[in-house]
Design a protein around this ligand. Sequence first.
Ligand code: ATP
Ligand code: MG
Length: 282
Amino acid sequence: MTAEPRIRFTATQSQRLRELGAGAQTAERLFASSDERDAHFKDCEGELVRSGRRHLADVRAGERAPQLLALEQKLRQALIAAGFVQMVTPVIIGRDSLEKMGIDHAHPLRQQIFWLEDGRLLRPMLAPNLYTLMRRLGRIWSRPFGIFEIGPCFRRDSQGSRHLNEFTMLNLVELGLLEETCAARLTELAALVMAAADIEHYELSRTRSEVYGEMVDVEVGGTEVCSAASGPHPLDGNWGIVEPWVGLGFGLERLLAAREGYANIERAGRSLSYFDGVRLNI
Ligand code: ATP
Ligand code: MG
């Protein structure tokens, strides 16, 4: 008689397999005996280690670029091909930028700011800088025009499986649209970015608020990868913007984790434990 399979990996084994990139199905398998389990663990670990080493060898040979950089490159190319202009703005911003974004002491994001000693801060988002450039370039450029930035942002977010303290944001905005076309344009731009990120399946979750207008999140398997909005927006006055616009903010590590099926976003982010999604203690 064979025993019913009900023996799990030990917590250490299961954690090791997950860190090496095993899916939930592998890490949660059941076995008839601890011998069978330990043998299976060795096989799985060996296979994952070999595949991690192959990946690192390919990167070393120049056969593949690190995924985060490759994604950034694809997004940049797609947006430039669509007529957007890339911006490069400061990572250190002033406290007034927060206030003009409506992030006052009551706002949850206020608790997540990395403050510098002189009262300035590491930007938690790209929107304040892009609002400023939208106004300044708007004095010079004809309508409509689009700008974007891809760069680091910082938040003291609770370090769960979906939050990093430093992550990479893509924010694109387009100014000077007809107000009645904004919602459709937002959908179109979300599709453009998701195609460039090679993610086929995603959902748009729309909410309409009297105060904030059209709000849209892009989700992959229930995880938010983007929040988007369109103007006129109540904050526009703070920034001297008086025309309709659309703006979308994507997290690149969230996009990578979604596309690669990573259970933990740490694998996709800046890290000393992982390089390009590969655990380094192999
Ligand atoms: P969440 O509710 O998931 O914490 P959020 O709504 O606070 O996210 P937004 O301010 O809408 O995030 O930022 C736009 C995008 O930036 C998010 O959709 C997400 O992809 C990414 N992002 C935000 N915070 C983080 C973080 N701490 N780590 C990684 N990516 C993040
Ligand atoms: Mg959001």
